[in-house]
Design a protein around this ligand. Structure first.
Ligand code: TTP
Ligand code: MN
Ligand code: MN
Ligand code: MN
Length: 384
């Protein structure tokens, strides 16, 4: 063999949960393109297609170097005909006509804008699109009927679409720790979601809360919420109680990806002075400026930040931590691996072994990976 032919083969495992996927990788041009198509497939309710594009993008994120020719993709898993066609077009011409066309289409832009409103999912956005609405301002001007979440979504639209920084996440962590330890001393608070994976910014801040005494965490959320409300820290909150034991089919029902923990979707009112005491703005008239129904946030003394709080019993804490750390594709792949390769069913509550017909307990994420027959992947490499 000539030296030029000895390109070292990359051994790429086919499940994302078998691979290390760092936050920063070498193929963002390609993965951004594939993720546009994935998002568009989601918008048009084509789940299978969407996952296929996301898996393809995820494989490229795990590559140790940038793709330059189609030869670099030899023997890689999860790259379907459609994804390969898009990649080839970008390698040859710099852009993909399908991606550019999608990006600029009226439907894609409207769906992106409408689902960008807190409380609006694909189904609602799609209905509104067909009724002629195009963005969040149309929701006000055409006096659309909105639920409480969507009202808040419109009101704080600008803030909620401004990425949350790590610094803001840290300030909120301190607040949440204070609240939780005030109402239940000894409770454990973990930052989960994207920030646990090392992201620099996020669309929200996610927390998981537990207590070493099993049962001590019951009904904890209303107490936390009351504490936060008393301090004037909440602009919006919706608490859902734990429904895990209400499920007659038994826990960890494999078809259901939504977990049943006691949880709170909230919007925090974050004082900017807490972020940087040197640039404190004393003028209290700032937040009064309302023009078109959305908050004008330039010069405001505070800003709105989405925060997710989840409470888990101690015995489920490892599963909850794994389930709430993400990424979403990594979670999906973990469950697929468990089901298809191990005959097990994984949820954010438990791991069930169908062959043994019993639950397999675990006290740490490491133990769960071992039970699943997987090499441990740390949070910073779960950015699939
Ligand atoms: P997100 O906060 O939606 O995503 P993220 O933190 O990875 O990214 P971002 O920076 O945009 O916030 O979800 C965090 C994790 O929580 C995700 O891995 C899936 C999990 N999750 C559940 O388990 N159940 C749920 O109902 C939701 C909404 C999320
Ligand atoms: Mn690298
Ligand atoms: Mn998050
Ligand atoms: Mn979240």
């Amino acid at each position: 063999t000539k030296p030029s032919e000895v390109t070292p083969a990359i051994l790429m495992k086919s499940y994302a949960c078998q691979r290390r996927t760092p936050l920063k990788h070498h193929n963002s041009v390609l993965t951004d393109a594939l993720e546009i198509l994935a998002l568009n497939a989601e918008f048009t309710k084509n789940e299978g297609r969407s996952v296929a594009f996301r898996r393809a993008a995820s494989v490229l994120k795990a590559l140790p170097r940038g793709v330059r020719t189609m030869d670099d993709l030899k023997d890689l898993p999860c790259l379907g005909e459609h994804s390969l066609r898009v990649i080839k077009e970008i390698l040859d011409a710099g852009t993909s006509s399908e991606v550019e066309w999608t990006r600029q289409s009226e439907q894609f832009q409207a769906m992106k804008a409408l689902t960008g409103v807190f409380g609006v999912g694909v189904r609602t956005a799609d209905r509104w699109f067909r009724e002629g609405l195009r963005n969040h301002l149309d929701l006000i001007h055409k006096s659309q009927k909105l639920n409480r979440a969507q009202e808040a979504g419109v009101q704080y639209y600008n803030d909620l679409n401004t990425p949350v920084t790590k610094k803001e996440a840290m300030v909120i962590t301190v607040i949440v720790e204070k609240a939780v330890n005030d109402v239940l001393p000894g409770a454990i608070i973990t930052l989960t979601g994207g920030f646990r994976r090392g992201k620099e910014v996020g669309h929200d801040v996610d927390f998981l809360i537990t207590h070493p005494d099993e049962g001590a965490e019951e009904k904890l959320m209303p107490k936390i919420v009351n504490w936060l409300e008393d301090q004037g820290l909440l602009l919006y909150q919706k608490t859902t109680r734990n429904s895990y034991l209400e499920n007659k089919d038994g826990p960890a029902r494999p078809a259901c990806n939504m977990d049943r923990f006691e949880r709170c979707f909230s919007i925090f009112k974050l004082e900017r002075s807490k972020l940087d005491s040197d640039t404190r703005i004393e003028d209290s008239s700032y937040n009064s400026g309302v023009t078109d129904g959305t908050q004008t946030h330039s010069g405001s003394t505070w800003r709105a930040v989405r925060v997710d709080l989840v409470v888990s019993p101690y015995s489920q804490f490892a599963f909850a931590t794994l389930g709430w750390t993400g990424s979403k594709l990594f979670e999906r792949e973990l469950r697929r691996w468990a089901g298809q390769e191990k005959g097990m069913s994984l949820s954010s509550h438990a791991l069930y072994d169908s062959k043994q017909q019993r639950y397999l307990p675990a006290n740490s994420e490491e133990e769960i990976f071992t039970l699943l027959g997987l090499e441990y992947i740390p949070p910073s490499e779960r950015n699939a």
